[in-house]
Design a protein. Sequence first.
Length: 113
Amino acid sequence: AKTLGAPVVTATEKGDLGKMWWRSPATGVQADHFATRATTEFKLPPGDYVIEVTADDGVRAWLDGERVLDEWKYSGPTTYQIERKLGGTHRLELKHFELDGFAQLTVKIRPKA
């Protein structure tokens, strides 16, 4: 297994995680063969929710320290759904890798219909 080195770019952003790249995601980062790590805390009223994670290529996700998604593979844009009963403050961590071409990492959290 290959270990990632120190971050080349670190950013703090507000709002939804919705990243799509055809080129380099940031100055100093190559257009292909890079990794992304994202962490957020969010607060929700009690209820049933769907967390939608779309990734190109591989992605892993942890909700409150529990691994809830493990799709560490080469793939085109693929959306994964995680259904959970949530309420209060939660922490979501994501790791993503990009091999070549288009890259994407987006997350949406919505009430379950």
